[in-house]
Design a protein around this ligand. Structure first.
Ligand SMILES: [Zn+2]
Length: 261
């Protein structure tokens, strides 16, 4: 199998003739990553979400089966991060800016001849905007759109699964495996915004009545999860499974788009 590289699929690295001659624009999706640059506790760099999006796409490309294809648009690296602005290191764009960026990219790739657009999102604060904008793109521009978010069972604890949602075990493990020199594991702490089985119904997440939170309301450290449990070994074990899940999702999208013709 020919292993595909990020830079070979990155549209801005191609010239006019190269883009015009791509043979599979009618069905191969253009992937837009929506990430974030925001506080990730004292132990991780602020670009975690933007960096992980790039890593996930790189891993997925290496695992794409024969007959599948995709192209990569410039990533949107700053996200809608209102909830993290109480900490230094956070940058943010508004929901309007995020929508406008996605729409602008969609409009142009449609004009270039592409008919399929996917978002890979690594920041929860973007999700709602990504979803309503993709519906708008689909209805206004006639592009098929998908939001790729495969569930990968990492075998983490139930507590971490429910209340580890930021700078958590998985993100710490992934970053140690990908970019160890930018991680300071000695500063990692375990901070949970809630406990499974605790009485009470109004919670930050995963309850019948969630309140809308800012990260400083939930965590002094900025961490929400068991960061010290995230090790390099776990990251190296989990990342190929995550990459495979994204490759499978992209392959499925290609297959369905080809079948539609
Ligand atoms: Zn994150």
């Amino acid at each position: 199998m020919h292993v595909q590289k990020y830079r070979d699929r990155y549209l801005p690295a191609m010239g006019l003739d190269g883009i015009a001659a791509l043979p599979d624009k009618a069905w191969a999706p253009v992937i837009v990553a929506t990430g974030a640059i925001e506080q990730h506790g004292p132990h991780l760099p602020v670009a975690v979400d933007a960096f992980i999006a790039e890593a996930v796409i790189t891993l997925a490309l290496e695992r794409l089966p024969q007959g599948a294809s995709c192209y990569i648009a410039p990533p949107i690296t700053i996200g809608k991060s209102n909830e993290h602005t109480g900490f230094p290191g956070t940058l943010m764009i508004t929901k309007r800016t995020l929508r406008a960026l996605l729409l602008s990219i969609a409009r142009q790739v449609h004009a270039w001849g592409f008919r399929n657009l996917c978002v890979i999102n690594t920041h929860g604060g973007n999700t709602a905007v990504d979803l309503y904008t993709l519906r708008e793109i689909e209805s206004k521009l006639g592009l098929r759109t998908q939001f790729i978010a495969p569930q990968v069972d990492l075998g983490i604890s139930e507590q971490e699964n429910f209340f580890g949602y930021h700078a958590n075990e998985a993100e710490t493990a992934w970053m140690l495996a990908l970019l160890e020199r930018h991680v300071r594991p000695e500063l990692a702490v375990c901070d949970y915004a809630g406990r499974i089985g605790d009485p009470g119904e109004l919670r930050a997440e995963r309850s019948a009545a969630n309140f809308n939170w800012a990260s400083q309301d939930l965590s002094k450290s900025g961490i929400m999860g068991n960061a010290p449990a995230g090790t390099k070994e776990k990251g190296e074990l989990w990342l190929p499974r995550v990459g495979q899940a994204y490759a499978d999702a992209i392959a499925k999208i290609c297959k369905e788009a080809q079948a539609r013709g």
